[in-house]
Design a protein around this ligand. Sequence first.
Ligand code: TRP
Length: 327
Amino acid sequence: MGIRLLSGMQPTGMLHLGNYEGALKNWVELQNSGKYEMFCCIVDWHSLTSEAEDTSDLINKVYDLAADYIAAGLDPEKTTIFVQSSVKQHAELHLLLSMITPLGWLYRVPTYKEKGEALGLDNYGFLGYPVLQAADILVYRAEVVPVGKDQSPHIEITREIARRFNFLYGDTLPEPQALFTKFAMIPGTDGRKMSKSYGNHICMGDTPEIKTQKLRSMFTDPLKIHKNDPGHPEECPVFLLHQIYNPAFQDIYEPCRSGSENWGCVKCKKLIAEIITNHFMEFRKKREELLADKAQLNKILKAGAEKACAVAEETMTRVRKAMKLFS
Ligand code: TRP
């Protein structure tokens, strides 16, 4: 069956290049290695921890993420793709784990302070975000969780909660391991790390026109003002994109640096826009096809939820028994 793996993303709208290079691309590789029994979740309840007051677009965002997952290469035949809210066992385990999780552990999670202050969040569900994430993972008794380094405190607390459960009620929930992904920093249009919260992102599903427009406005080397000024490619975010997406990136290094061959930033950005547009052309087509057939997407998500439920219910049977609950 392979090593059991669980991962998830919040449905926050179309994925951007940073999400893809930093996470999804790696999931597809893990899937194709054939070594894992994969569960990929769309964590819609998690997005309610910050977005509960306006849920009008949540379903569309769920479909967007499902289409992004599949168009990027997650194969529903190989990977169980499902929506968190379709598997009620996540909520049951979340509740039970909340009873044995000290508040101090939750106040200490860095995202609680940082994101809470930045977004002015003080609701109960937001404090419990890591407990819900622990439930997502533990309800499948997942052995590994592929995540970025920023998620390390969440995996750590998941392990602590599992240990505490096992100490109180006997060995039931295995402690998962984080599987950290190495990847290049993807710069956004303002040169900072690509992030939806900075508004500097380019989505894989953006139309060629929008991709081109965003890339045309991208920051470049601030010292290269005229096209014949000598450039500093190693400090230019556009050159970083060339290094990632343009196999012939070395060919533009000298012309940019010397400033002598009329290689200006406008041309350079036009070229990267063409390359990135082509790179995601197939992806975009697939994504559009998937979104045009919601019945088919629903079928995939329903089949995923059924498979996920079977595993989650087996865990919950063990959990209820370990806790000596009425059942
Ligand atoms: N907290 C994760 C993020 O922001 C999303 C997430 C929720 C998750 N549940 C999970 C990731 C379970 C991995 C496993 O990216």
